[in-house]
Design a protein around this ligand. Structure first.
Ligand code: F6P
Length: 312
């Protein structure tokens, strides 16, 4: 169909886009099921209870009613998809095996509502998903077959990669995800930066990195939500996000399985880089479900500089 002004613009939906990618039907089904689940999550975010659930997760963090509900929505959908054998959620303490035979099936690690503590202030948050073939979830991130996130902001968008570029879809008035940006690419270097964590706990190396960024004219763009902060870098095509080692927290805050692996996969697919200051995030073998790592992620030039400064 035509994209000329005045003519109806053909909007490619997520399923059709996935079908054009030459991937197996089970993976198409899985990604579409997750996109369907996100519609219930956004409904919960928009209208649900903002209170606490009275429980805490594996990390000792108080769970919000919304965390628990979003987790349940995704878990049910994944189980009912019939194509998932193992599930790990940031909100669950152990891996949930849904099918013993992993032949042709997938395992999924997800953070159902990353940044949920921002909901009361009405800021953007998101769902992050990492997908592996077979049953093993404790593999290096480079072995992911797909990664995606759904961003709940003023608009709802979905960004995915199956290892063939990064593509953004936006939810329309019918709650369908239609293609808004294909083959997102990062510039080699950019002038925005998002630094997580308490600055007074930064090591001298990380202080130097912030000074380097500011001296070269980078502007501070930090929302406190990992999904909107990474989305900004991908959609603007520039910038770097960091959540470094802190004094007293040498592994930083962010989790390899649920946050770093999927975002590193997406950013690398867009031509960027992600490192823990020494090696690529995607080369790290997780030791446990709650494995954390420091991270520098975004344009290659800034990530390279961060690694150089860590080496001293
Ligand atoms: O891991 C949850 C999270 O809210 C991320 O979304 C975000 O990047 C980070 O924590 C923010 O942490 P801090 O408030 O310490 O900068």
């Amino acid at each position: 169909m035509s994209n000329e002004p005045g003519k109806t613009r053909f909007q490619l939906d997520l399923r059709r886009h996935l079908r054009s990618q030459n991937i197996c039907d089970n993976l198409i089904h899985l990604i579409c099921e997750i996109s369907e689940a996100s519609k219930y999550v956004i409904n919960a975010v928009r209208t649900g209870d903002l209170g606490v659930a009275g429980t805490s997760n594996l990390y000792g963090e108080q769970q919000l009613a919304l965390d628990v509900l979003s987790d349940r929505i995704l878990r049910k959908r994944l189980i009912h998809s019939g194509v998932v054998c193992n599930i790990a959620s940031e909100e669950m303490e152990t891996i949930l095996q849904t099918q013993a035979n992993s032949e042709g099936l997938y395992s999924v690690a997800y953070d159902p509502l990353d940044g949920s503590s921002l909901v009361d202030a009405n800021l953007a948050i998101g769902t992050i998903i990492s997908i592996f073939k077979g049953h093993d979830l404790l593999q290096e991130g480079k072995k992911q077959v797909a990664a995606m996130y759904i961003l709940y902001g003023p608009r709802v968008s979905l960004v995915y990669s199956i290892g063939n570029g990064v593509h953004e879809f936006t939810m329309n008035q019918l709650m369908e995800f239609t293609l808004s940006k294909e083959n997102i690419r990062l510039k080699p270097s950019g002038d925005i930066y998002a630094p997580g964590g308490l600055r007074k706990k930064y090591t001298p190396e990380n202080e130097k990195f912030v000074k380097y960024l500011e001296d070269k004219g980078s502007k501070l763009r930090y929302s406190g939500g990992f999904v909107p902060d990474i989305n900004q870098i991908l959609i603007k095509g520039k910038g770097v996000f960091m959540y470094p080692a802190l004094l007293g927290a040498p592994k930083g805050k962010l989790r390899l399985l649920f946050e770093l692996n999927p975002m590193a996969f997406l950013v690398e697919q867009a031509g960027g880089a992600a490192s823990n200051g020494k090696i690529s995030i995607l080369d790290i073998k997780p030791e446990s479900l709650d494995h954390r790592e420091p991270v520098y992620i975004g344009c290659c030039e800034e990530v390279r500089k961060a690694v150089e400064l860590q080496a001293g």
